[in-house]
Ligand binder design. Structure first.
Ligand SMILES: C[S@@+](CC[C@H](N)C(=O)[O-])C[C@H]1O[C@@H](n2cnc3c(N)ncnc32)[C@H](O)[C@@H]1O
Length: 345
């Protein structure tokens, strides 16, 4: 049995509360099928639009790869003639201007947070990112910069020194972990996610950070406790292994664009394993809940106030604000917040 099948076998045997709920069930079969056949060296090229649902989204979004060939060619030509070379966007903007502004936004956010500077790291070329550009000799994508902005929000209050332990649930592509580990190589990070997403995240991070930085999910499958964690490494776990965190002391719990896509009972269950164990809780979610329709989206949207209520009196809200990517507001339709709660002394 291969690695992914082993993860799915353990996931299938886990209690129902750890299974994907309606929002993600809709993608599950397609994601598994695509992970099994995809050329993982092209994860970020735009060849696999489904993977962009959980973070492999380093695209300029000029065109959708599934468009007919002739539409793509026409759009490519229009782009060459009117966008790449001339300022065809409002306020005389060119693509390079947007990228540069995104970078400058990161520089300023970094200064505001007394954070490690964006100029000290760069993205990897692994996965052939479509949106690759260079500033001061370093490679970036706007997607990579977005995760730096999130780090700055956390850093402004949590003041990472570099030897902390962070738990991320729903790591998706793993790009947040990439940013954190590139800035602070000694961090210990535990990533939990659904099987196919975890598998891709592990593949991506072993390539961009190095296999020696990773303790893989296959090795962790049989783990019954966390007392022998290797400090300074990134550890991968299936989301159903979350109960391992009961009574495990750590510094920051991180969940971005993930809780909002679950149902309230599932989120409350996850929180029950970490509440009180960590000093900080970072959340970035849809402020008024994710979309919910008759038989699609979430069944019961979770709103900003619901998170505070679920965290309870043990945590106090330190700061919340509308969430911004490097180049724009996160989700121009729904509106996202990012917020940090601190455990009361
Ligand atoms: C939109 S992606 C966000 C990924 C990443 N945090 C980011 O900001 O790019 C949502 C993530 O939540 C995870 N997720 C969804 N339902 C889950 C569940 N019931 N348990 C654990 N993780 C779940 C997905 O697998 C995915 O990695």
């Amino acid at each position: 049995m291969n690695h992914l099948d082993k993860l799915y076998q353990a996931y299938d045997n886990a209690p129902e509360i750890f299974h994907a709920s309606r929002y993600w069930r809709a993608y599950e079969a397609d994601i598994i099928a695509q992970v099994k056949t995809a050329d993982l060296s092209e994860l970020r090229s735009g060849k696999y639009p489904l993977f962009s649902t959980f973070g492999f989204n380093d695209l300029v979004h000029y065109y959708h790869p599934s468009m007919p060939f002739y539409v793509r060619m026409i759009r490519k030509l229009v782009r060459k003639l009117f966008i790449d070379n001339r300022a065809a966007l409002p306020y005389s903007l060119r693509l390079e201007d947007i990228r540069e502004m995104a970078y400058v936004h990161c520089v300023l956010q970094g200064e505001l947070a007394a954070a490690a500077p964006i100029s000290s790291i760069e993205t990897s070329r692994f996965g052939k990112p479509q949106d690759l550009f260079t500033i001061d000799g370093k490679d970036y994508t706007v997607r990579f910069l977005n995760y730096y902005v999130r780090y700055c929000f956390g850093q402004r209050y949590a003041h990472l020194k570099g030897d902390e332990t962070i738990v991320e649930l729903g790591s998706g592509s793993g790009m947040q972990v990439e940013i954190l580990k590139k800035l602070y190589p000694n961090l210990t990070i535990l990533c939990f996610d659904l099987p196919a997403q975890l598998f891709l995240c592990e593949h991506y991070l072993s390539n961009v950070l190095g296999a020696d930085q990773i303790v893989g999910s296959e090795r962790n499958l049989a783990l019954t406790g966390l007392s022998n964690l290797e400090k300074g490494k990134v550890h991968f776990f299936g989301n159903w292994q979350f109960p391992l965190l009961k009574n495990f002391a750590f510094d920051i719990f991180w969940n971005a664009a993930s809780f909002g896509e679950m149902e309230p009972g599932i989120v409350a269950n996850y929180l029950s394993y970490i509440k009180g164990n960590c000093r900080w809780v970072y959340l970035m979610q849809a402020r008024n809940g994710k979309e919910s329709a008759g038989n699609s989206g979430v069944v019961q949207p979770i709103k900003f106030d619901d998170y505070g209520a679920m965290l309870g009196g043990e945590y106090r809200l330190v700061r919340e604000a509308d969430a911004y990517d490097a180049h724009r507001r996160v989700s121009q339709t729904g509106g996202y917040f990012q917020a940090l709660w601190q455990r009361r002394a």
